[in-house]
Write a protein that binds this ligand. Structure first.
Ligand SMILES: O=C(O)[C@H](O)COP(=O)(O)O
Ligand SMILES: [Mn+2]
Ligand SMILES: [Mn+2]
Length: 511
């Protein structure tokens, strides 16, 4: 293998700009609207390309938007990884989900005892946490096993899909139950409550009380539940469908979670398990894919092996890395980039930046970026650190508000931070590889099914910029291939550090 051009070789910084996608300038492109002299110069002055960060290139179904988990996992693994959404869809398409022995056993037991099956999950087709159609397959399985009492506890989205679309998804659920001949929506609640992951247990407890004990506002219809929210689909208050009748979880019932992604449902699952145990209710519980809960829940779809990635290669080579991100993306530069592996290797240091109080992303789009930047600059100045891995969260996290002006400010704050980090890299003789993990802020509107164009804070299928800034100020003759994917990042990083890509990596060094 060739050695990297001298200007690039040596210690470096891998900088993930979360939600940094590429799209032509438009009046809903926050990145293009923002004044970003540093980012603009980066892509014109240094070797750069566009990398695929969505769909099959990273291990998702074709045409599926990227997300932070698969994005960071593929950046770390150096190869596409079949993600949980893809594995669930394959299991549905080839019939193995419906025929899963674990599911069959639980459904038979539930049917024989005349107990209820509770299906809990996010009802949208955002395909980041869940796909409402997966519910349809579980309903068919319940019907095949003659489970007659099936209660759906629907979580409304408005984040991975355009806001105010939840009535359409709930109508789709009603079609599924009609088709299967079993199941009724029993409760509705917004994901802001049911899928909090910031440890705000007061929110989670509302979802637990709703699903476990039927405590919520009585409503006559799902539309009434949705209309009661003053902050869109994410914040639909805990609502009980009176027409469905008592759907509280009783002893010996079964619960199946149909979100495939763990991060935002595990807090709810943990608290529900604890609440049921504390109140003497023993249930059979399954989840569509594996969750990182305190108590293990048997899963219907197993995770792909993500070992042999950057973390393993750095450890084998004895290369020290410092990981820096604020709380929102801390797991992404540690757990996910390490292949969903919670081991902290001897040569790794993890720096988690936390703010004070509850974050308000619209009022403070800067978040705690100044402290993230300071930590990166500090780590970059250390001679014993081979690689600094950092995530700048603002473009994505603020982008999710769907608030254009705040997102523009987030882009500008990120631009200034990148400028400081580039300065520190120059001072310490480091190269910088900057890359997005998926698109977000370059597209802040979306056309709803009814044709209206609405603010949209979710992710996109756009490619992401990938730039390599040399350690020394020279005019480099190097160019990057026209096409790249996130799988090329780890091989490139190892190459710049003077090492070969790992044998499990299928991506290639871009220089
Ligand atoms: O959970 C979220 O905030 C969004 O649904 C997905 O965003 P992420 O993939 O960037 O976490
Ligand atoms: Mn992300
Ligand atoms: Mn995101």
């Amino acid at each position: 293998m060739s050695t990297p051009e001298a200007a690039f070789a040596g210690p470096g910084i891998l900088l993930v700009l979360d939600g940094w996608g590429q799209a032509p300038a438009a009046d809903d492109n926050a990145l293009a609207l923002a004044h970003t002299p540093v980012l603009d110069e980066l892509v014109t002055r240094f070797p750069s390309t566009l990398a695929d960060a969505s769909g099959e290139a990273v291990g998702l179904l074709a045409g599926t938007v990227g997300n932070s988990e698969i994005g960071h996992m593929v950046i770390g693994a150096g190869r596409p990884l079949p993600y949980d959404s893809l594995l669930a869809q394959q299991a549905i398409d080839n019939g193995t989900l419906r025929a899963h022995p674990r599911l069959g056993t639980v459904l038979d037991k539930t049917a024989a005892a005349g107990r209820a099956l509770h299906l809990i999950g996010l009802c949208s087709d955002g395909q980041i946490h869940a796909h409402v159609e997966h519910l349809s397959d579980l309903l068919a399985a319940a019907a095949a096993h003659q489970v007659s009492r099936v209660f759906i506890h629907a979580i409304t989205d408005g984040r991975d899909v355009a806001d105010h679309t939840s009535p359409a998804y709930l109508a789709q659920v009603a079609e599924f139950t009609d088709r299967a001949g079993t199941g009724r929506i029993a409760t509705v609640i917004g994901r802001g409550y049911a899928m909090d992951k910031a440890g705000s247990l007061d929110l989670t407890e509302q979802a637990v009380a709703l699903v476990a004990d039927g405590r919520g506002t009585p409503v006559d219809s799902v539309d009434q539940a949705v209309a009661a929210s003053e902050r869109g689909d994410e914040w639909v208050p805990a609502s009980v469908l009176t027409a469905t009748g008592d759907a509280a979880i009783t002893d010996s019932d079964a619960v199946v979670w149909f979100n495939f992604r763990s991060d935002r449902i595990q807090q709810f699952a943990d608290r529900l398990i604890e609440h049921l145990t504390a109140t003497g209710r023993s249930v059979d519980m399954l989840s569509l894919a594996q969750y990182d809960t305190r108590a293990a829940i048997p899963a219907l779809v197993q995770r792909a092996d993500a070992s042999g990635g950057l973390a393993d290669e750095l450890a084998a080579a004895g290369l020290r890395s410092v990981r820096v991100a604020e709380a929102e993306k801390f797991e992404h530069v540690t757990y996910y980039i390490n292949g969903r592996d919670a081991t902290v290797r001897d040569v790794e240091e993890h720096v988690r930046i936390t703010g004070e109080g509850k974050p308000d992303y619209i009022a403070r789009p800067q978040m705690n970026l100044d402290r993230v930047t300071a930590a990166v600059v500090q780590a970059a100045g250390r001679a014993d650190v081979d690689l600094v891995v950092a995530n700048l969260a603002n473009i994505d996290v603020v982008g999710h508000t769907g608030h254009l002006a705040a997102t523009v400010t987030a882009c500008e704050a990120t631009d200034a931070a990148v400028g400081q980090i580039l300065g520190a890299a120059r001072d310490s003789g480091r190269w910088v590889l900057a890359v997005g993990d998926h698109g977000n802020a370059e597209k802040m509107t979306k056309q709803a099914p009814d044709g209206t164009v609405r603010p949209y804070g979710g992710h996109t299928t756009n490619p992401v910029p990938l730039v390599i800034v040399p350690a020394r100020e020279i005019r480099s003759a190097s160019t990057l291939p026209e096409k790249a994917t996130l799988a090329d990042v780890a091989p490139t990083v190892l190459h710049l550090l003077g090492h070969k890509p790992g044998s499990a990596m299928t991506g290639r060094p871009l220089l």
